[in-house]
Ligand binder design. Structure first.
Ligand code: GDP
Ligand code: MG
Length: 266
């Protein structure tokens, strides 16, 4: 199945098997949006802007194949638990963030990890090559000195030990420490092309992106650089209704009746 995307006068076709959703979760003010901003445009802002729920889309042309990565940057305090369940159900890869200077935010990551495992226990992601749901745990704000630290690295490492679908990285979105490495490991756990990480593709603007999908563009440019990425300027979060349809077609349609009951959104 091909999905057709329109962005201005640009129309791109991405096969459903190459479309992924990355969900970023964690307490508020731990740096979720800062990590997403690093990923999308390499920038960092000191100012805090509360997120309700932000949706971004990045499109890639990697060795001639189109990929789409949707990013859901969630709010730390979920007033609607059903919405969080829905976000988890639609996610293919997860980033769980805490701040190394905040013990409560680490406890929240532990809760979130449990919830993801529980919500996803009924889901067999048969449409994707990955059967599991890779999770990256990030201890952010590593630029704070050791005297601010409230969570030891070993504690977080213990949380992921023995789970090949989960890894821990200490990062600083502010100083851009370890961020790219973290994305590379996440994409490799998810069996996604490594070139999806910011350092490994050439960023292009929408204007050039208009020719992104043309065969001539692919053939002409392939020899020079293999991977291109472009942030879609007009991405809007799909409606709850389309999320539900997506889950139904991707997961429940293939499950047993018993699984359907376990997968309730509420
Ligand atoms: P969110 O609520 O989890 O999305 O958090 P934000 O990304 O909005 O960041 C909350 C605050 O922490 C902002 O003032 C950021 O500038 C700051 N911040 C984010 N990442 C870092 C970091 O790596 N180091 C430091 N020192 N501050 C950060
Ligand atoms: Mg935010």
């Amino acid at each position: 199945m091909m999905k057709t995307l329109s962005s201005g006068n640009c129309t791109l076709s991405v096969p459903a098997k190459n479309s992924y959703r990355m969900v970023v979760l964690g307490a508020s003010k731990v740096g979720k949006s800062a990590i997403v901003a690093r990923f999308l445009n390499g920038r960092f802002e000191d100012q805090y802007t509360p997120t309700i729920e932000d949706f971004h889309r990045k499109l890639y042309n990697i060795r001639g194949d189109m990929y789409q990565l949707d990013i859901l940057d969630t709010s730390g305090n979920h007033p609607f638990p059903a919405m969080r369940r829905l976000s988890i159900l639609t996610g293919d890869v997860f980033i769980l963030v805490f701040s190394i200077d905040n013990r409560d935010s680490f406890d929240e990551v532990k809760r979130l990890r449990k919830q993801i495992l529980e919500v996803k226990s009924c889901v067999k992601n048969k449409t994707k090559e990955t059967g599991e749901f890779p999770m990256m745990i990030c201890g952010n704000k590593s630029d704070y000195g050791e005297h601010h630290r409230k969570v030891r690295a070993e504690e977080a490492e213990r949380l992921v030990s023995g789970d090949e679908n989960c890894a821990y990285f200490e990062i600083s979105a502010k100083k851009n420490v370890n961020v790219d490495k973290m994305f590379q490991v996440l994409f490799s756990m998810a069996k996604l092309p490594n070139e999806m990480s910011p350092a490994l593709h050439r960023k292009i603007s929408m204007q050039i992106g208009d020719t992104f999908h043309q065969k001539s563009f692919r053939l002409r440019r392939l020899k020079e650089v293999d991977a291109y990425g472009m942030v879609s300027p007009s991405a809007r979060r799909p409606s709850v209704n389309s999320d539900l349809k997506y889950i139904k077609s991707k997961v429940l349609g293939e499950g047993q009746g018993r699984d359907r009951e376990k997968c309730s959104i509420q």
